[in-house]
Every structure is written in structure tokens, then in C-alpha cells.
Design a protein around this ligand. Structure first.
Ligand code: ADP
Ligand code: MG
Length: 398
């Protein structure tokens, strides 16, 4: 299915007061933004609006305040960072609905940004409340949906508001949907799916929907152990989802029927804990000591996975190969990031999804060396499950 949606252009926004749904839900440590990727991701959209629209106002959630205002989750903490990144004056409004917003809008000048308070300070937000959406919409002429990473949520600021204001897909939304759709709908073959991360349960939808389109599925990370167990290997203290062993077995059989290579690790780095100073050992799969856990894929697995990646024309990567946050367990993820980036140079479409995978690729310096790093963790997973997401559906034409 080719998705066509109402796209942003300089003409549409001319002389208009625009409300933009961004996703500034960045990780914070004591009021300091620790990773500003999500703020930067809206650059193309906001540049276009700042040059062409009359007034540009930003609305976002931050964390999970559960409908209760607090300093901890206030978007006020983001004002300086946004100003630094966009090089514009950023004003702040302590509300996101009502007369205060109108007053702030009145003094806002062209070329400045106005950031509204955390939308989730209102319990109506997560209820996709129409009346609340109408209040939010009141001071504005049109709405731009640019928060792809929040588009799997049917909330007032992602869905209901689009039924109130004329709505357009922002540039980030457009890039995300275009990149992910070309993997999902029309992957050039061979298509290799590289999966990892903590849990099998998070990746079930992706695996089920995409497997029939792939030539190989490579599984590393914590989720590999449930598959290894399903194949009869002992996995020691490694991450294991007992209740997903049957699913893993079914997927192994399905791959067989489809003629898809489902490839599991052949060697793993084990330790007694994922601590940075833990002693590590390299063992073959099948020889994992009962009192140790597998925390990264080994070098033979890297080569094995690499041999599939080097033939691919499309790669989708979701989930790190090991506990990449810790020294001693980062090599598998780092080496595969390198291989994925090499393959990108050969003209392969390479898409990275998942919040932790994105930060891993970033950490090792490869985020500019792959075709696309999605900002949408949960949203990108649901996108691949063949659902039309509630934040995207109202933007579609035809
Ligand atoms: P993403 O956010 O990219 O979708 P996940 O959230 O599924 O990825 O998984 C990321 C987490 O998986 C990381 O925090 C990483 O430490 C963990 N992980 C990877 N491999 C293992 C492993 N072998 N054992 C335990 N945890 C692992
Ligand atoms: Mg994650």
C-alpha cells in the first residue's frame, strides 16, 4: 500500500498560526537533557514553518505525568535546549489550552517559537477527548503532525485534534513513513531482518508480519536465548521467556516452510552479571555454563550474521545484539553496526528502528552511515504490524 498524505508546504502555512505536535520526550537527568536527538529530528519541519508560517507553536508530552502537573515533567526544562538547537528565541507558556495560550500567541513574533506546557498534565490528553482537542485547537488555523514516535497513540494531540483543524504531515513524519513503508511494502530482495534486544514479546508482530518477505531473519540479543532453548540448547542464566518458547518453535517451523533462513548465534559472550567489571568468557552455544548468562554475541556469530548482511539489498535492524551499554558486551552490536553501514555504502537500504538500537548506533558513530534511523520505538514496531496508526490515519488522502 502506498501511503499518500497531506504534505506540508510553504504555501499552505503562509500567514497561518500553526500548532505543531512534536515529540520532545527526551531522556532527562536532573533537569538536563541527556540525548537531544528527538529535538533535532524536527529540524526540517520547524525550519520550513519558521520561514513561512505566521506563528509557530509547539506541543509535546514529556514522560508520564499521568494527568498531574509537576516540575519534574515540565517542558519548561527544554526551552534553553530548543533555543540552542534552533537558534531562535523560544518562549514558554505554562498552559497548553485556554486564555494563557492566546495571550502568549499575541506577543509571539514571526521567527520565534512558543513551547506549550506538557500536554499530559491534562488527563483528557490520553483519552483522545474531542472537547479537549477543540480547546487545544482554538487559537490556531492549522495543525502539523510531526510526532511519528507518538503516532501509535490515539491521544487528543495526535488523533482527535486532526478532526478539528486542517492537518498536515510534517517533514519528519513524511521521512519516517516513506522509509519504513519502503521496507515494509516493497523491500528489494534479498531482505534481511536483524532482530535483537531484550524481549521476544516486543518483536512478535514484526516477526510475524515481515518474515514472509525476508530471505533471512538473524536473531541475536537477549531474545535469541528463547529461540535457542526452543531448539533444545541449555542457556544457563541467560534471559529466557518461558511462555514464548512455543512461539519461538512455531517461528522456526514457519521459517522452514517459507524457505527463510532463521539464523541464531553460534557463540556467545557469557558472564555472571551484566556489570561493567564482570569477568567474561567466550563459549559456543550449547556450552553455556548453567551458572552464567549470555550477554553478547561472539565473533563467529558476527561473521555469520555479516555474511547474510553483505548479500542484502534491504536490511531492517531492530534490537541490540547484546548489553551494549556495558563494556565487555558491546562488541557484537558495534561490529554489526559497522557491517550495516558498509552495506549502506553498497546501495543497500538500511533502516534502524527501536529506541535502544538507535542509541546504540548513535553511540558507536554510525547513525549518519545508515539510510534511516527511526525516532519511533513503539510506533515503528506497530507500523510494521500492518496497522494504520491513529496519528497517521487522519492525514491520509484517498
Ligand atoms: P529497542 O529499544 O531497540 O527496540 P529493546 O528495548 O528490545 O531494543 O532491547 C534493548 C535492551 O536489550 C538493551 O537495554 C540491552 O541491554 C538488552 N539486551 C540485549 N542483549 C541482551 C542479553 N543478551 N541479555 C540481556 N539483555 C540484553
Ligand atoms: Mg527499548
Amino acid at each position: 500500500m502506498i501511503m499518500k498524505f497531506r504534505r506540508l508546504s510553504s504555501d499552505v502555512v503562509k500567514n497561518r498560526n500553526v500548532l505543531v505536535r512534536v515529540d520532545f520526550n527526551v531522556p532527562m537527568d536532573n533537569g538536563v537533557v541527556t540525548d537531544d536527538t528527538r529535538i533535532r529530528a524536527h529540524m526540517d519541519t520547524l525550519e520550513l514553518l519558521l520561514e513561512n508560517a505566521e506563528k509557530v507553536v509547539l506541543i509535546s508530552h514529556l514522560g508520564r505525568p499521568k494527568g498531574v502537573p509537576s516540575a519534574e515533567f515540565s517542558t519548561r526544562q527544554l526551552v534553553d535546549k530548543v533555543g540552542e538547537i534552533y537558534g531562535r528565541k523560544v518562549r514558554f507558556c505554562e498552559e497548553c489550552i485556554g486564555s494563557q495560550v492566546q495571550e502568549s500567541l499575541d506577543i509571539l513574533k514571526k521567527g520565534e517559537l512558543l513551547l506549550l506546557e506538557n500536554i499530559r498534565f491534562h488527563p483528557e490528553e490520553t483519552k483522545n477527548d474531542m472537547n479537549f482537542a477543540e480547546q487545544m485547537a482554538k487559537p490556531f488555523d492549522l495543525f502539523v503532525m510531526d510526532a511519528f514516535s507518538a503516532s501509535h497513540r490515539a491521544h487528543s494531540s495526535t488523533n482527535a485534534i486532526q478532526r478539528v483543524l486542517p492537518s498536515y504531515a510534517g517533514k519528519l513524519m513524511e521521512t519516517e513513513v516513506t522509509s519504513l513503508a519502503s521496507v515494509k511494502d516493497d523491500p528489494e530482495e534479498p531482505f534481511v531482518l536483524l532482530l535483537g534486544g531484550a524481549k521476544v514479546s516486543d518483536k512478535i508482530g514484526v516477526l510475524e508480519t515481515l518474515m514472509p518477505k525476508t530471505s533471512a531473519v538473524l536473531i541475536g540479543g537477549g531474545m535469541a536465548f528463547t529461540f535457542l532453548q526452543a531448539k533444545g540448547f541449555e542457556v544457563g542464566l541467560s534471559l529466557l521467556e518461558e511462555e514464548k518458547i512455543d512461539f519461538a518453535r512455531a517461528m522456526i517451523n514457519r521459517a522452514d516452510e517459507l524457505g527463510v533462513d532463521l539464523v541464531l548465534p553460534v557463540d556467545v559472550v557469557v558472564s555472571d552479571s551484566p556489570g561493567s567489571d564482570s569477568e567474561t568468557q567466550l563459549v559456543d552455544v550449547g556450552k553455556i555454563p548453567s551458572d552464567l548468562m549470555g550477554l553478547d554475541i561472539g565473533p563467529e556469530t558476527v561473521e555469520l550474521f555479516g555474511s547474510y548482511l553483505s548479500k542484502a539489498r534491504t536490511i531492517l535492524w531492530n534490537g541490540p545484539m547484546g548489553v551494549f551499554e556495558k563494556k565487555g558486551f558491546e562488541k557484537g552490536t558495534e561490529r554489526l553496526a559497522e557491517k550495516v553501514s558498509e552495506q549502506t555504502l553498497r546501495g543497500c537500504l538500511t533502516v534502524v528502528g527501536g529506541g535502544d538500537t538507535a542509541s546504540a548506533v548513535n553511540k558507536f558513530g554510525y547513525s549518519k552511515k545508515v539510510s534511516h534511523v527511526s525516532t519511533g520505538g513503539g510506533a515503528s514496531l506497530e507500523f510494521f504490524e500492518d496497522k494504520v496508526l491513529p496519528g497517521i490515519e487522519p492525514l491520509l488522502i484517498e
